[in-house]
Design a protein around this ligand. Structure first.
Ligand SMILES: *Cc1c(COP(=O)(O)O)cnc(C)c1O
Length: 367
C-alpha cells in the first residue's frame, strides 16, 4: 500500500464486526451473552469498538496495560480483566476494571480493601478448574472459597466460570458444563444468593452450542479467536458465516535470487540454536522479506499465494521459496499472509509491524 511502511498488518474492522455479529446471534439463540476478548490484539480500541458494533455486551482482556488502553478510549462498555489479578495490582484493577476473574482469597481480600477505600463495588467471577489445569479453584474447594468470599465487603460475586481448551486442551462437554451448572446451583442454594453469570466457554465451546447439548444454565461466553479469526478452537475449523482474513500481514521483498537449496560448507547451529534440515531440490528462486521471529510465529502464517513456501526465518528475515511464482514478483513487492492466533498476537505486539485499520471507506495508520 503506497505510503505505508512495510511490514504492516491490515485490520478489517467490518469483517470483525460481522464475525462478532455471527457469534453473538448464535449465542443469543441459546440464551448466552458474549463478552468480546481483545487480548489477541493488545486491547486494540478500534477492534473492541468493532466487536461492540457487532453486538458483544462487554470487552475483556488479560493485561492491565490493555485494560488501561481500552479505558483511555472511553468505550461505552464494561471492561473485564480476564487473567487472575496480581496481588500487587489490586488498586489498579479496582480503578480500571469493572469485573475480574478470580481464584485466590488473598487477592479477593486485596480487591475488597481497595474497593472499600475508593467506595466502589468490584464484581468478580469465581473461576473453577474442571481439569484444564490452568487457572481456577478445584471443584471440591469452591464452596469453602465462596463462604469466605461472600463475607468480604466491596466485592460482589457476579458468577462462576471455567476456562477450558487453553492449557490442558480439555474439550468443553455437556458433562463438564453440567458440573459447572450444578456447582452454581449448590452455591445459590447454600448461600441464598443468585449468580448472574455462569461463564462456561471461550471459542472452543461453539460446537457444543450448535450441537444443542449446551446446558441451559450456561449463560455467558468469553470469545476472542472466533471473532478475530473466524475459527472455533477444538478443530480450528473456519466457523460458518465468518471471515478468516480480518487480519492480513504484508511484508516486502528485500532480495530475490536463485540459490542452492542446501547450505554450502561445514554446518553448525542456526541463529536460534537449532540444526536445520534441508532437502536438496536443486537451485531455487528465493525471496527474503522483512518480517521475522521478532514479529510473528513463523509457523503461524500462511502465504495467500499458495505457490509460495516458507522455508524458515531468523529474527528479522523470512526466507521463502518462490520458484513456482516465476517472474510475477519483484524486489519491492509486498507479499500477503493470513495469521493464526499466535502469529496475530506476535504481530500485534511487535512495534515493528505498522497497524492499518479499514473501516468502511475510512482507513487509518497507527504507530
Ligand atoms: C483468552 C481467554 C478467553 C478467550 O479465548 P478464545 O479461545 O480466544 O475465545 C476466554 N477466557 C479466558 C479466561 C481467556 O484467558
Amino acid at each position: 500500500m503506497a505510503g505505508v511502511n512495510t511490514p504492516y498488518l491490515i485490520i478489517d474492522l467490518d469483517k470483525i464486526e460481522r464475525n462478532a455479529r455471527t457469534v453473538v446471534d448464535l449465542c443469543a439463540q441459546h440464551g448466552i451473552t458474549v463478552t468480546g476478548v481483545t487480548k489477541g490484539v493488545c486491547g486494540h480500541p478500534g477492534v473492541a469498538s468493532a466487536m461492540l458494533r457487532g453486538g458483544v455486551a462487554s470487552i475483556a482482556d488479560s493485561r492491565m496495560k490493555n485494560i488501561q488502553r481500552l479505558r483511555n478510549a472511553c468505550l461505552d462498555t464494561a471492561l473485564i480483566l480476564l487473567r487472575v489479578p496480581p496481588l500487587s495490582a489490586v488498586n489498579a484493577v479496582v480503578e480500571l476494571a469493572d469485573l475480574s476473574l478470580n481464584s485466590e482469597l488473598p487477592v479477593l481480600e486485596g480487591l475488597s480493601a481497595a474497593a472499600i477505600r475508593t467506595g466502589k463495588t468490584h464484581d468478580v467471577i469465581v473461576m473453577v478448574d474442571f481439569g484444564d489445569l490452568r487457572e481456577g479453584i478445584w471443584p471440591d474447594d469452591v464452596i469453602a472459597f465462596v463462604r469466605e468470599a461472600i463475607s468480604l465487603e466491596g466485592v460482589r460475586i457476579k458468577g462462576i466460570g471455567t476456562n477450558l481448551a487453553c492449557f490442558g486442551g480439555v474439550v468443553p462437554s455437556e458433562a463438564n458444563m453440567n458440573q459447572l451448572a450444578a456447582l452454581a446451583s449448590e452455591i445459590e442454594h447454600r448461600f441464598e444468593m443468585t449468580l448472574e453469570w455462569i461463564s462456561g466457554i471461550n471459542s472452543s465451546g461453539l460446537e457444543l452450542i450448535t450441537s444443542g447439548r449446551m446446558p441451559r444454565r450456561i449463560n455467558h461466553a468469553r470469545i476472542g479467536e472466533a471473532i478475530l479469526l473466524g475459527r472455533e478452537t477444538i478443530h480450528r475449523k473456519p466457523w460458518p458465516d465468518t471471515f478468516q482474513d480480518a487480519f492480513v500481514l504484508h511484508a516486502e521483498i528485500l532480495e530475490l535470487k536463485q540459490k542452492p537449496s542446501i547450505p554450502v560448507g561445514e554446518r553448525s547451529e542456526d541463529a536460534f540454536g537449532h540444526l536445520p534440515v534441508f532437502e536438496d531440490r536443486g537451485d531455487r528462486r528465493r525471496a527474503l522479506i522483512n518480517v521475522g521471529r521478532e514479529d510473528i510465529d513463523i509457523n503461524g502464517i500462511s502465504p495467500r499465494d499458495s505457490r509460495i513456501d516458507i522455508l524458515g526465518g531468523s529474527s528479522g528475515y523470512l526466507v521463502l521459496d518462490v520458484t513456482a511464482v516465476k517472474d510475477h514478483i519483484a524486489v519491492g513487492d509486498a507479499l500477503s499472509f493470513t495469521l493464526n492466533y499466535s502469529a496475530l498476537l506476535a504481530a500485534m505486539t511487535s512495534e515493528y509491524v505498522t497497524k492499518y485499520t479499514l473501516n468502511g471507506s475510512a482507513h487509518s495508520v497507527e504507530q
